[in-house]
Design a protein around this ligand. Structure first.
Ligand code: PLP
Length: 229
């Protein structure tokens, strides 16, 4: 049906991840319904995204504005919610607003200013940099509250919560525990900003144990990614 996509293998991997997520949620005494699986489809063809939609997936994640916009327009009417999860240049902010329901990578004031607009609210996650390398995406934890205030003041933006990527080579559970603490600090300022976007193919069980509400899972569901163009 969808050319080049092994639908059975995809369904099996999706089923396995959904099962593991539910198990991990129960293990953490959490309701699996409170956890959204975002299937990361960056570099994958639209045919694979279409197959995911047919399998009941509602949330997909993309990390490059141009690629994401093209896929979203090809899949218009599929009922998918597009989450933008990658580094976002300010000059692409309006383009992303055009198709995305959420941006998980809000990490600096000029980006907030570029995203603000009249019209429907865009869900925003503040991305935290949990490494000591300032070149990595995300705001340093000290900058979180100032950035949050900027989002709260901006028209057309809804502050949902925090996002982070566990630093390579470090204990992911401990990294996600730091993120959870940051989430608690954020909620003092913004009680509705309860979401925690954390957990990828290799570490989503740890993320669930530390309260993640939005998992961003790629290869564990899609299989290997094609080489990036
Ligand atoms: C690619 C990507 C993911 C998914 O990674 P996998 O290891 O394929 O699950 C999650 N979050 C971000 C920000 C990504 O860029």
């Amino acid at each position: 049906m969808n050319e080049g996509v092994d639908a059975d293998a995809l369904a099996e991997r999706l089923g396995r991840v959904r099962h593991n997520v539910a198990e991990a949620a129960r293990g953490a005494h959490r309701d699996p319904e409170g956890i959204t699986i975002i299937v990361v489809t960056k570099f994958q063809p639209p045919s694979l995204v279409r197959e995911l939609a047919a399998l009941g997936v509602r949330d997909v994640g993309e990390s490059r504005a141009q690629e994401a916009q093209a896929k979203a327009s090809q899949l218009a009417g599929s009922g998918l919610r597009w989450h933008f999860i990658g580094r976002l240049q300010t000059n692409k902010a309006k383009r992303v607003r055009g198709f995305a329901s959420a941006v998980h990578s809000v990490d600096r004031m000029p980006l907030v200013d570029a995203l603000r607009a009249d019209g429907a609210d865009l869900d925003c996650f503040i991305q935290l940099n949990l490494t000591s390398d300032p070149a990595r995406g995300g705001v340093a934890p000290e900058g979180m509250l100032g950035l949050a205030e900027r989002v709260l003041e901006a028209p057309g933006l809804r502050l949902c919560g925090v996002m982070a990527i566990a630093p390579l080579g470090q204990d992911s559970r401990r990294a996600f525990a730091r993120l959870r603490k940051a989430s608690e600090r954020l909620r003092v300022l913004a009680p509705d900003a309860v979401a925690i976007s954390a957990g990828m193919s290799g570490d989503y069980v740890d993320a669930i144990a530390e309260g993640a509400t939005h998992l961003r899972i790629g290869t564990a569901i899609t299989g290997k990614r094609p080489e990036r163009a």
